[in-house]
Design a protein around this ligand. Structure first.
Ligand code: 4AD
Ligand code: MG
Length: 430
């Protein structure tokens, strides 16, 4: 029976054939252990000299790393392996013999691994991270579809710059100028006026000269946008969404979390309610903790965010930031016009901001004034202003950075390992 490693549990004590690659191997004079992978999982194949033809045993012993083959064997239950099964090999058919695979079981430096990212993603740890990423994507669709949201596809080529003009990728659009999308938000707002609750999910681009463990040049963002939803209700939804992601990863990625040595207690502790702390109170807390140099109006850097998240030991919403720190579209607080109805969700364990969101300005005149005050070209935003001209309603939305969320839930140090082919400050290859 032809099957995959993920499916072998259905064939205990039966003979199966699996198309696989040789990830690693160990052998003695009497037995060869083949670490096999087929992309759906990893399994150990055991070739016992006394039980197979001599040529087969010799072939198993001489197999090179990453050679591709069809392996036939009997599936055995194996309590010692975390996967739970093993294969007693009865036959091998080599498809392609690999020579000199560069990523050997020894330790390699990061730059070398990044240069070989197209191969590195085959390794166990990278495989586990990709599976967790996939679980988060699936859970995102499940969550928002179950709540009646419609997926809206926002364009990648745009004429607008929602998150400020300094980090734009510029390109030509025939005779016009265009930018790669920094965020699907403005289009999601138009979508919300047509479909009530929508979410976008796509690649976004920031020409940020940041070389940190949290920044990518190209990253994927999930951006829900909701009509008739005010700030606090949006925070309720964010909280429920993030808890759902953590729960699904814990439930469905147990092997991967073990392989990554993720502390699962930390994931189990991701439960609402998340503290909602104003920027002003957070600033006071930082002062109490000895961060003396930061004053009202300064943005929080990663040491500040880490200190805040540590203090609460939970994801924490920092709300009502100074207006001067945030983009043009955020609704000012009703009681103060120097702060806006926004929140950043800061993840614990130093992972930093994973969500940024706000209520949006729904008054035409105020929005027009803000667009002008930010020096943005009115003609490029006329369509966006139209949304405030024809049945404007209060609405809110947010953006969750997929890679930072994958890093956090997987317990991975750097976002470069959370996407198959990261785009970094000095990296466009492979
Ligand atoms: O805070 P940001 O810039 O917010 C927006 O783009 C809004 N338009 C979202 C919205 O309200 N619809 O980005 C949102 C999130 C951040 O919290 C972070 O998780 C992630 O996107 N992010 C990045 N992730 C990796 N690399 C970068 N350079 C990132 N910049 C933002
Ligand atoms: Mg932000």
């Amino acid at each position: 029976m032809k099957t995959t490693i993920a499916q072998v549990g259905q064939y205990v004590d039966k003979e199966v054939t699996i198309g696989a690659w040789l990830a690693n191997k160990r052998s003695s004079g009497k037995i060869a252990f083949l670490q096999l992978r087929d992309g759906t999982g990893f399994i150990q194949g055991v070739v016992v000299k006394a039980e197979v033809a001599e040529t087969l045993f010799q072939q198993a012993k001489s197999l090179t790393q990453e050679s591709s083959l069809y392996v036939t064997g009997i599936v055995r239950k194996d309590e010692r392996s975390s996967f739970g099964y093993e294969l007693t090999v009865t036959d091998l058919n080599v498809i392609h013999e690999a020579e000199g695979y560069p990523i050997t079981p020894k330790a390699h430096g990061t730059e070398f691994l990044m240069d070989n990212r197209h191969l590195w993603i085959r390794s166990k740890k990278q495989h586990a991270v990709m599976k967790i990423r996939n679980e988060i994507i699936k859970s995102t669709y499940d969550f928002f579809f179950s709540k009646g949201f419609t997926k809206l596809d926002s364009p990648i080529l745009t004429g607008s710059s929602p998150e400020g003009t300094s980090e734009l990728f510029h390109t030509k659009y025939f005779d016009e100028d265009a930018f790669l999308s920094q965020s699907g938000q403005l289009y999601a707002e138009a979508g919300a006026m047509a479909l009530n609750r929508v979410f976008t999910f796509g690649p976004t681009f920031r020409a940020e000269k940041s070389k940190t463990r949290r920044h990518l040049i190209e990253f994927w963002m999930i951006e829900p946008e909701m009509a008739f939803v005010e700030h606090e209700e949006s925070l309720d939804i964010q909280e429920e969404y993030v808890c759902y992601l953590a729960e699904q990863v814990r439930k469905n990625c147990d092997l991967e979390l073990d392989l990554l040595e993720r502390d699962k207690e930390k994931l189990a502790a991701i439960k609402g309610p998340f503290p909602r702390v104003t920027y002003d109170d957070a600033l006071e807390l930082l002062h109490e903790k000895g961060f003396d140099d930061i004053v009202w109006g300064d943005d929080f850097g990663s040491p500040h965010e880490t200190a805040l998240a540590e203090h609460y030991d939970k994801p924490v919403f920092i709300t009502r930031y100074p207006k001067s720190l945030k983009p043009f579209y955020m609704q000012p607080a009703p009681d103060r016009d120097d702060v806006v109805l926004c929140a950043d969700l800061i993840a614990p364990e130093g992972y930093g901001e994973i969500i940024g969101g706000s209520e949006r300005i729904h008054d035409y005149d105020l929005l027009k004034q803000e667009i002008e005050a930010h020096g943005l070209p009115l003609d490029a935003y006329q369509w966006y202003l139209d949304l405030r001209k024809y049945g404007s309603v209060p609405h809110s939305g947010f953006g969750l950075g997929l890679e930072r969320t994958v890093a956090w839930l997987s317990g991975i140090e750097h976002v470069r390992e959370t996407i198959a082919f990261p785009r970094l400050l000095n990296r466009l290859y492979p």
